[in-house]
Design a binder for this molecule. Structure first.
Ligand code: NAD
Length: 494
């Protein structure tokens, strides 16, 4: 069955594509053309329950499957993802809008997580201490939790489920993915490949839907842990509701990422990298630069250079290899972003480059906004602290690095902050003092590789253990400590 071309998307439960009985559906459209691609069912709670039952039934056998065998499915999946990388990248571009180069980059990040999770035989190892007391040994082992679930956002339809799913499966859990209702086709394709690996039925399930489906996941007593990525308001809701039903939760939220440019920075390099950070994926990245704080004399050279770079960006359909920036996800999103730009201008910001009312020839139904630069923002402006999640870069000018670090730490979010400088001393101080989860030094998108945790702090993250790497292994396992005494006198003589 070619599930990607079916109008009403099926769920994947117990190793089979199953039509949803949903009475409500949401349209999935290509944000560059407005073309209707599919319809996402808002799966009712009974369908979440079916997925939990399938995952529960599969759990006991899966947890008893040796880890060395479990990872063979991931190794097969890695090969299939490599083989179908270009096809899935096109699907990402068609439903999400980002450029093909960005979609290919996203696929690499997804694949890296499969590679790291394939190291589970070592990552899962416990601890052993001999003779903690006379003749007594102590062992710590890691065991899977049971059924776990992921609730995903629209902006990385392939990568974000992979921050969690390969680790959950490698550690012996069974799993349910709820993709974003706005970009369901990518996971539909990925699940098709997972099916080809021969993964035992019920180990991985997919349920489409939106908030009702999420609440059914959060309330279900059979689910032990939830991983969420999305906006801060929903992250808070998910964290509280998951905890209320006794679940382990890791919830990544929104962001407003500041980048400091010091007078001793390399302006040519900084401008190029910061423009890529701000306008890559049309600014719809949780690690997008959204504010630049120039310090002292950096103001003039940086402002002039970023204006020129922003204005020269080619905007259009992400499938066209000549395009630098695709559309935002939907007409509603474009309206929301344009009204935030309007609000900023109304509050006293200057639009040095204004991307509103963008029309691209031949793409009249696309949701395009060109790069926008809002100058003269101050820490007092409401827009300075608001997540815009679009191709809008705000400029704040401050006198000293002390003021700039204080400004960074006054924000409600803590996803990422970056510094551009040629001074090791400033870099070290920034790394030490900035209260955020991911730091970039002369780097514009400080995205941790799969063997590091995807950190985040303050209102960008609720929980303790992040996605990816060792954190994911710990999140998906519970520790058990065994204290053993085997007296020597009990040794039998044979
Ligand atoms: P969103 O919060 O609207 O949706 C995320 C998920 O939550 C979706 O699966 C959706 O179905 C579900 N959902 C939405 N509203 C809900 C509600 N009221 N109750 C229960 N579930 C609900 O986020 P989005 O627009 O898809 O993604 C963009 C946001 O995600 C941005 O804020 C961005 O910063 C954030 N994000 C954060 C990270 C990170 O690592 N911190 C990564 C990617 C995206």
């Amino acid at each position: 069955m070619n599930s990607a071309t079916t109008s009403f998307l099926p769920n994947y439960i117990r190793g089979e594509w199953v039509a949803s009985k949903a009475t409500e559906h949401l349209d999935v459209s290509n944000p560059a053309t407005g073309e209707l691609l599919a319809r996402t069912p808002i799966s009712p709670k009974e369908e979440v329950d079916l997925a939990v039952k399938a995952a529960t039934a599969a759990f006991q056998e899966w947890r008893r499957t040796p880890v060395t065998e479990r990872i063979q499915y991931l190794i097969k999946l890695k090969n299939l993802l490599e083989e179908h990388c270009e096809d899935i990248a096109r699907t990402i571009t068609i439903e999400c809008g980002k450029t093909l180069a960005e979609s290919r980059g996203e696929m690499r990040r997804a694949i890296e997580n499969v590679e790291v999770a394939s190291g589970a035989p070592i990552l899962l190892q416990g601890d052993f201490s001999e003779d903690i007391s006379s003749g007594i040994d102590e062992i710590m082992i890691r065991q899977p939790l049971g059924v776990c679930a992921a609730i995903c956002p629209f902006n990385f339809p392939a990568m974000i489920p992979f921050w969690f799913m390969p680790y959950a499966i490698a550690t012996g859990n069974t799993y349910i993915i709820k993709p974003s209702e706005r970009v369901p086709l990518t996971m539909q394709k990925v699940i098709g490949l997972i099916h080809q690996t021969g993964l035992p039925s019920g180990v991985l399930n997919l349920v489409h839907g939106s908030r009702e489906t999420v609440d059914a996941i959060l309330d279900h007593p059979g689910i032990r842990a939830v991983s969420f990525v999305g906006s801060t308001a929903v992250a808070k809701h998910v964290y509280a509701r998951a905890a209320a039903s006794g679940k382990r939760a890791q919830c990544q939220g929104g962001a407003k990422n500041p980048i400091l440019v010091l007078p001793d920075a390399d302006f040519e390099m900084s401008t190029r990298i910061i423009a890529d950070s701000a306008f890559g994926c049309a600014g719809q990245r949780c690690l997008a630069a959204s504010l630049v704080i120039t310090v002292g004399n950096a103001r003039k050279p940086f402002t002039e250079a970023i204006v020129e770079t922003a204005a020269s960006r080619v905007v259009g359909n992400g499938l066209d290899e000549k395009v630098h920036m695709g559309p935002v996800i939907s007409p509603q999103s474009r309206e929301r972003i344009e009204s935030l730009i309007e609000k900023g201008v109304h509050q006293g910001a200057t639009a040095l480059v204004d991307g509103r009312n963008t029309r691209i020839d031949g793409l009249g139904k696309g949701s395009f906004i060109r790069p926008t630069i809002l100058d003269n923002l101050s820490p007092q402006h409401e827009i300075t602290g608001t997540e815009i999640f679009g191709p809008v870069l705000g400029l704040v000018h401050l006198d000293s690095i002390d003021d700039a670090i204080e400004f960074v730490n006054s924000g409600r979010y803590g996803n990422m902050a970056c510094l551009f400088t040629s001074s090791g001393a400033h870099a070290r101080r920034f790394r030490y003092e900035a209260d955020v989860g991911n730091i970039g030094i002369n780097v514009g998108v400080a995205a941790p590789m799969a063997f590091f945790p995807f950190s985040g702090a303050k209102e960008s993250f609720f929980g303790d253990l992040h996605g990816q790497g060792r954190h994911a292994i710990e999140f998906f396992t519970q520790t058990k400590v065994v204290v053993e005494r085997w007296p020597k006198e009990w040794s039998r003589k044979f």
